[in-house]
Each structure stands twice: as C-alpha cells, then as structure tokens.
Design a protein around this ligand. Structure first.
Ligand code: MN
Length: 216
C-alpha cells in the first residue's frame, strides 16, 4: 500500500521506534520494549522524566502519532517566560515509557535513576502538528500537576530546540524544578527511587547528589 506522506519515517511497523529499540538491551534494562501505540485516543499524554544519567537532565515527551516525541532538557523546564531552555531532540520513545520510574543498570544506554517528575495531557495550539514540527515552531498547552498553560518549542538547528513558557496565568518566576523536586507518581526523591530499585552504591550516591543540587 502506498503512503500518501512520503516525509513519514515509518518504513516498517516499528520504524519510528527502531532507534529506541536498537539502543537498549531489554534482557538487562527494566525499560519497556518499544511498540507503537494503537488507535485513536481522546487525549494526548505528556510526561517529564527527571533522569540522572551521565548528567542530570529532564526528558520532555509529547505523544504524537503513537510515539512520544522526546527532548532532553539539561536545566529542566522553567515556568519563567524569560528563560529559554535548551532542548535536544532525542529518539522517539514508546508511550508505555511514560510509566517508567526506576533505575537503568550501569553500563546500559542512559544508565542511572529515572523519576516521573510531571505528567498529564497536552493540546496542540496549531492546526497541524506535523507541519508545525517541520517548520520548527510548535505551540501547545500542558495540563500537568506542575506544568500548565501555553508553551512553545522553537527549533534553532537540526534537533536543537528551545522550550519556552508563554506569558499567561500559569507563568511565574518560581524555580519549579527546585520547588517541586519529587516524583508525581511515587512522591519519592531520586535517591528514594534508586534505593527502592536496588541501585548500585555509585548510582545511589549520584542520585543523592542530584537531589541536593539546586539548579539555577
Ligand atoms: Mn534521559
């Protein structure tokens, strides 16, 4: 069957998650194997995962076309509209990944502790998400526990974007990553998650250090 969108990267059933699957050994990591989401949904999910890998960063993910579009944000999202947060686009993730909180073993891709820092639903503020992504200017609304209101992702260079809060009632100068540092899923800190998942002593120490680091 012919595809009417030649720009689509879906060359096989798991095409959009091929890179995700290629980077991981599912017999070793507790992360979910990449499968594409099925069918029409009434709402679109978003998640922000706080991840102490080789460095602390926040993985910002928006559901689109059966996968989670993903960006690694080193400083994390800011609800202050004067902050432009660098966001490096990474490989699409499976929707099931939104449930993942735990520890990726040492030596594996992204090894370290992962926290579900925020989650909820999102709505595009554009008529066509694919066109907005191609243009490099995606406006959207978040409905999370910590993040809400209107936002924009603007592409500077290939894969390099800025995540910016628009001015609205949900904007503030509060440092949200410091003020609300715990998991929305378990209320645990990174160290609490690491301890429960049986992290190595080194990973536990890194999680404790990341909990103490007050960004900005
Ligand atoms: Mn990550």
């Amino acid at each position: 069957m012919k595809k009417d969108h030649p720009s689509s990267a879906d060359l096989s059933q798991y095409g959009r998650l091929a890179e995700y699957n290629r980077k991981r050994r599912f017999g070793v990591t507790p992360e979910p194997k990449g499968k594409l989401g099925q069918g029409k949904k009434t709402s679109l999910e978003f998640v922000v995962q706080k991840h102490r890998a080789s460095r602390l960063h926040y993985d910002f993910r928006l559901e689109h076309d059966g996968v989670m579009l993903s960006w690694a944000v080193p400083k994390g999202p800011s609800i202050d509209p004067s902050h432009k947060r660098f966001a490096m686009q990474t490989e699409d993730h499976p929707i099931e990944y939104n449930q993942f909180e735990g520890v990726i073993p040492e030596g594996e891709y992204g090894g370290g502790t992962v926290m579900i820092w925020d989650r909820g639903t999102w709505d595009p503020e554009v008529a066509d998400v694919d066109k907005a992504l191609a243009k490099g200017d995606l406006k959207f609304r978040l409905h999370g526990k910590k993040l809400s209101g209107s936002w924009v992702l603007v592409r500077m260079r290939p894969r390099q974007w800025l995540l910016i809060k628009h001015r609205d009632d949900a904007a503030a100068t509060e440092d949200i990553t410091a003020a609300k540092s715990r998991s929305v899923a378990s209320r645990r800190s990174l160290a609490g998650i690491a301890r429960k998942a049986g992290a190595s002593a080194r990973q536990l120490a890194q999680a404790e250090e990341a909990d103490k680091a007050a960004p900005s």
